[in-house]
Design a protein around this ligand. Structure first.
Ligand SMILES: Cc1cc2nc3c(=O)[nH]c(=O)nc-3n(C[C@H](O)[C@H](O)[C@H](O)COP(=O)(O)OP(=O)(O)OC[C@H]3O[C@@H](n4cnc5c(N)ncnc54)[C@H](O)[C@@H]3O)c2cc1C
Length: 401
């Protein structure tokens, strides 16, 4: 290693990889960039619902960090972060301590299954799709359901801040069941902490409320919204209002929190505050991008929901942070920032045999612009984006239009 500034990036996904590659691209030998991540692969998470239904394999969706990073002259350390000491400029991991001049945190969410009894694939009765392992377990459960059909519940618990994939799963599973002539044997419920269908943690996108209500009504998918989950036991979800939902297969997004080890730098739920350059207000050499960053809803919902931080937003945050960090090291004037609540959300919602393009600019209302456009080509575009993004990461490209 040379004499460049020491830049540690925590997390090897959309945020961490983009930030590391963009910093290296901008600074070359002036930066020694190291990624520390507990997982040794980048996984294209947006396609995990397709893994559940058997349309993708884990191999196709993942890239080994130890292979893609060295050619970019980015060091990779596989380790789990245990703490950050901003005064000593040091990160503690289960593999030892590492000093830094600048730190970029991109550790995503901690899925707080422990907050709801019986939740989650590890110690509970429900599935989710946040990792390859989760999705593979959900796939096995889906195949079991096909052999022995029964009620399905999909959706999100209180404090979840990722709704899109569970809408996608509702549409996709409905479509697959119909193809197999099994749909009449499977009552389907979309259960959510959102105050209304189509809210998505961002107070809807244009006419998304009516859109989702109509699309679900046409497909016979019942909605149970504005609900928190009190507890789950085998085949039964207990809601806070005392009602219950039976299930043979349930896939629910758990509550989100910040990841332990970095959460201490954040708010009570562990999400880290950022300025318009994604710097910590008290520690200007610490940047946070992606799901780990804090973004409060404009209006709190009756049952708590979180604002999603999508892949596209995460890439934009990482690029903005990298541009600022590089300018600072180069002693150049700071480039324009892009505050987290000014970001645009672009989402391609898979619906089985079609898809819907959703755009909200900015993410929270009131907005300059919204688009909601259901067209078959959106599904092809979604598959194209997967291929493009994996190609980009394989070849060390950090740009995104
Ligand atoms: C099923 C699914 C579908 C989605 N669909 C879309 C979509 O269609 N469009 C869209 O824009 N977005 C979508 N998203 C959201 C998108 O995937 C996220 O916005 C993005 O993954 C956030 O990136 P991140 O880098 O902040 O965090 P993550 O992707 O969560 O990555 C976190 C990284 O930190 C590492 N890490 C975690 N804890 C530690 C620790 N203690 N020590 C060291 N390393 C740690 C992990 O190994 C990982 O590398 C989807 C997400 C999911 C789960």
């Amino acid at each position: 290693m040379g004499n460049g500034k020491k830049i540690l990036v925590l997390g090897g996904s959309f945020g961490g990889l983009t930030a590391a590659m963009e910093i290296k691209r901008r600074l070359g030998n002036k930066a020694e960039v190291t990624i520390i991540s507990k997982d040794d692969h980048f996984v294209f998470l947006p396609s995990l619902p397709w893994l559940v239904t058997g349309h993708r394999t884990g191999e196709r969706l993942s890239l080994p960090l130890s292979r893609i990073l060295p050619p970019r002259r980015i060091e990779f350390i596989r380790a789990s972060v245990k703490g950050v000491d901003p005064a000593a400029q040091q990160v503690q991991t289960d593999q030892g301590a590492h000093g830094y001049d600048y730190l970029v945190i991109a550790t995503g969410p901690h899925l707080a299954c422990e907050e709801i009894r019986g939740l989650g694939p590890e110690q509970g009765f429900t599935h989710c799709v946040f990792s390859l392992e989760n999705a593979r377990q959900a796939k096995a459960a889906w195949e079991k359901l096909l052999a022995d059909p029964g009620p399905v519940v999909l959706g999100s618990t209180q404090f979840a801040s990722c709704f899109g994939p569970y809408y996608e799963l509702a549409f996709e599973l409905d479509y697959q069941l119909r193809r197999r002539k099994l749909r009449h044997k499977v009552p389907m419920v979309y259960l959510s902490s959102e105050p209304y269908p189509g809210h998505m943690g961002i107070d809807g996108v244009g006419r998304s409320r009516r859109f989702i209500e109509d699309e679900f009504a046409e497909r016979d998918i019942k909605t149970v919204v504005n609900q928190s989950v009190a507890g789950i036991e085998a085949n039964t979800i207990h809601l806070a209002d005392g009602s219950t939902l039976p299930f043979k297969l349930a896939m629910l997004a758990p509550p989100f929190k910040g990841v332990g080890g970095v959460a201490e730098l954040g708010n009570p739920r562990g999400f880290i505050p950022v300025d318009q350059h994604y710097r910590h207000p008290q520690h200007p050499n610490i940047y946070t991008v992606g799901v780990a960053a804090s973004l409060a809803p404009r209006e709190p919902t009756p049952v708590p929901t979180g604002v999603p931080k999508t892949g596209y937003m995460t890439v934009k945050m990482a690029q903005t942070a990298a541009a600022h960090l590089a300018a600072e090291i180069d002693n150049r004037p700071s480039p324009a920032g892009l505050a987290i609540d000014e970001l645009t959300v672009i989402c391609m919602l898979d619906m089985g045999n079609t898809a819907t393009l959703m755009l909200a600019d900015p993410i929270l209302p009131p907005r300059q612009r919204t688009i909601l456009h259901k067209k078959r080509w959106v599904r092809w575009a979604k598959a194209g984006l997967e291929r493009y993004f994996l190609w980009k990461m394989r070849h060390g490209r950090s740009n995104l239009p």
